[in-house]
Write a protein of this length. Structure first.
Lengths: 490, 490
């Protein structure tokens, strides 16, 4: 029942945009603009007492004037006007209202009273409220981008709820830069009515949400968030980043979301019990979202590392051991296979150091052998992307002509490199799909070589081995969460 | 004496490029091309028995044919030919030779014998050798880019030596993307003759090298690297990233550089004793290089945090406490000053949460107050860069015209934002210079807004608060290293 009601929140056919404005910079303009340029599949009704046309749409003076059913109302008007608008929405039988308006419980006692008042009123109508003081909602299915900041999320399997609107929307934006696609997102705001627990339960039941991400600051003592997470986690990963882990952070959180951040230091154990995967940095949250979106869950913690440069192999080996992952030694038959491809002075160990072999073909041949090796359940391919590093400096025509370098020779070399790159990427994707192990590319220090085409985005890439290893360690942690449940028969 | 000889290595007036080639892809082509397009200020003599013109330069059949003095020879020919070339260089009285050629001690016993042979021969001539198996040398002064991969480093105060050529050159390339400029760089290769100790001592005495970076895998038991570091560290920061910290990493290092990685786990204490700043990730190495290049060293660990979004303040507060930095409470007079600028519901605590104030002016006014506050010695400014996030979605003309949005209104808004951005950046730089405290900007999840103009690059920026905090913690660690020496009177 709640699920159906929240389904109308995330998949509304009709939206009333209350406080719609034609003044750039006003939230009633920004949110409406985001909805329209996002290509929202349903109908949006701007509501403004002035009744003008806004952003090319006919405007309604009041909610009552809107013809037909409204699934969702979005309110951006000042706090003092919200209460009577809730009545209007109630009379119109609108099931869900997003209250973007701030100046409620987050600003003190007076705001808290007003917040309780509108929530109680809404409940009387059987209405659910997102917020108040929320930065909005995103949903890929109906192409609904009802957010305050002009973020354009990629579409993908990740659904997120966030107790900070800024952190959440910037994750959407950051995800878009790093190829992480989102299915649904909600900024939970003050959680006057709907709470993180509700969103988590909904995402758990929503088949389009395959990976769940959470930014949490504090959870109400009566919340069932953790048991709900425990029920969901064997079926889909629940990744959490906790703000307010320290005394200083908890103090800041109390003044931010008003959340009681709870006894310091108990969260880690509690998250673990609930089968949640805790990450320790904002970067880790994005990196994990990417890994869980693109990779299968490995069967073991045994990893092969392929590298073109010994030092990077050393750094990766350190990171693996520090994160509880293993580098099994190469069996004799595998060494023999690799001997046929590599120069005689290759490392003959794992990491497999190809030593200054820069062409794509031997790299690909090694990759295939390692992916098929039954002794490992994941492969890290370092330096798969050589294109940018190799060609960066040949771009200047001025330099070329000054040096009298034949341009065609360099163009051929460049074409060879980028063609090699495409082939390596395609093989990485193909092997991961066929063999069902994480096969992760590491570019080492450069995001610029990142794939931008949507097909290419399915090649999983990190700029540093440490980030790749931490993401892989999270995948392995999730395997144990699943296995643990299987063993104990839950 | 050694210093003068190494000075000729890093500031050669003339270079013999032995094994120069006109075949793209060959190292004798790549290195020469890098030297030429880098705009090397001296004269380079290609040497090749075929004696053709290479890359527009007259070519010499042998080293002996080169007229006048040669300060530096670079050798890329196969290992078997190196020994007789060392003789030729010796007869020509060339003081320094970079042996890029591999297949020496790193490939086994035979190679080790050959390496010892050429080093002994070179020493007989009073010649110093970089490598063998090095990826080359960079030096900003003479614009010398004698590197194998086509990297184009930015010029700046950082000098680096690396026991992995790949790690080192990719740091140069990565640094260029993140605005970190280099003064000198050397890939130490097999360290058959010159070792890390020599390079460190040289950088310590070189006034142009203001920040020293090191990638280390292992140090010979007889090395004086650590006492040399201890002598230098009170005068300039020595930042080290250690490969082979774990059993797996040390094992990989042994097969890579042949270095004996030493007893596990003792390095941290040893680096600390030597006054070196150890970083724990490749990203940390780049981030620290940036902080030490651009920031003054703070007098205390007290920090003010300015943010536009409460959640980011919480995350930053956690990171600060986890890294031993403090957020002092705001004194009453400071609260009063900020009250005049901020909306009535601002946080009134540190972090200073401006709460949804998106314009530049109040941000700048707060920044100025915080920078001048004597209770803190560093400021983190979160969300100073709003340009990209704010404007990203307004770029599509198609969308604008479909929605009938007046383009000029949006263009005005965009101009306001980017003008605000420029003003904020200029103020960040100006305050840091005037007041002498680190004033660090954090973009939160986006590198795209990074300054690219050389003036703008002096604004210090990180994409995540965690990275900014770790870099700031390293600056604070360096303050204690300096103070410790001052106290103990060393």
């Amino acid at each position: 029942m709640d699920h159906l009601q929240l389904d109308r929140l995330f998949n509304p056919k009709t939206i009333a945009m209350i406080g719609a404005s034609s003044v750039p910079g006003k939230w009633g303009f920004m949110v409406l603009l985001n909805i329209l340029k996002g290509g929202y599949a349903g109908t949006v009704y701007p509501v403004n007492p002035k009744g003008e046309s806004i952003l090319g749409l006919p405007c309604y003076r009041s909610i009552g004037e809107i013809p037909g059913t409204v699934d969702l109302a979005i309110i951006t008007v000042p706090a003092s006007s919200v209460s009577s608008l809730i009545d209007d929405c109630g009379k119109k039988e609108i099931p869900n209202v997003i209250v973007i308006t701030s100046d409620f419980s987050e600003t003190g006692h007076g705001g808290a009273i007003l917040e309780r008042h509108i929530v109680e009123k809404a409940r009387g109508y059987g209405m659910r409220i997102v917020g108040p003081n929320t930065m909005g909602v995103f949903s890929a299915g109906p192409r609904l981008n009802a957010l305050m900041p002009p973020v354009e999320p990629l579409h993908g399997p990740v659904s997120m709820f966030s107790q900070s609107g800024n952190v959440g929307t910037q994750m959407l934006s950051w995800g878009a830069e790093e190829g992480v696609g989102f299915e649904k997102y909600v900024s939970s705001g003050n959680e006057g009515d709907l709470t993180c627990e509700d969103y988590l339960r909904y995402f758990g039941q929503d088949s389009a949400s395959r990976v769940i991400l959470a930014y949490l600051e504090g959870v109400d003592p009566g919340s069932r968030l953790l048991p709900v997470a425990r029920e969901i986690s064997p079926r889909k990963p629940v990744i959490v980043f906790k703000g307010g882990r320290t005394r200083a952070g908890a103090h800041a959180a109390a003044s931010h979301s008003g959340a009681i951040a709870g006894a310091l230091g108990i969260y880690q154990a509690v998250f673990r019990q609930a089968g949640m995967i805790e990450v320790s940095s904002t970067q880790g949250l994005v990196d994990c979202a990417k890994a869980f979106s693109l990779c299968p869950v490995p069967r073991s913690n045994r990893v092969a590392v392929l590298t073109r440069g010994g030092g990077w192999g050393v750094i990766t080996a350190d990171a693996l051991e520090e994160n509880g992952l293993l580098l099994p030694p190469l069996p004799g038959d595998l060494v023999e296979k690799l001997d046929r491809i590599l120069p005689r002075y290759w490392s003959r160990g794992n990491p497999i150091d190809m030593v200054a072999v820069v062409t794509a073909e031997p790299f690909m041949a090694c990759l295939e052998i390692l992916a098929q090796w039954e002794g490992v359940d994941a492969v890290l391919a370092l330096g798969g992307r050589t294109g940018k590093l190799a060609m960066g400096s040949f771009r200047s025509q001025e330099v070329l002509s000054r040096l009298g370098i034949e341009e065609t020779a360099l163009a051929r070399m460049e074409a060879t490199f980028s063609e090699g790159q495409r082939k390596v990427n395609a093989l990485l994707r193909q092997l991961m799909e066929q063999i069902g192990k994480p096969i992760i590319s590491v570019t080492m220090g450069s995001n610029d070589g990142e794939p931008t085409e949507s097909e290419e985005r399915r090649t999983i890439t990190y700029p540093t081995p440490e980030r790749a290893v931490r993401a892989l360690a999270a995948l392995w942690q999730y395997r144990r969460i699943k296995d643990d449940v299987a063993t104990t028969g839950q």
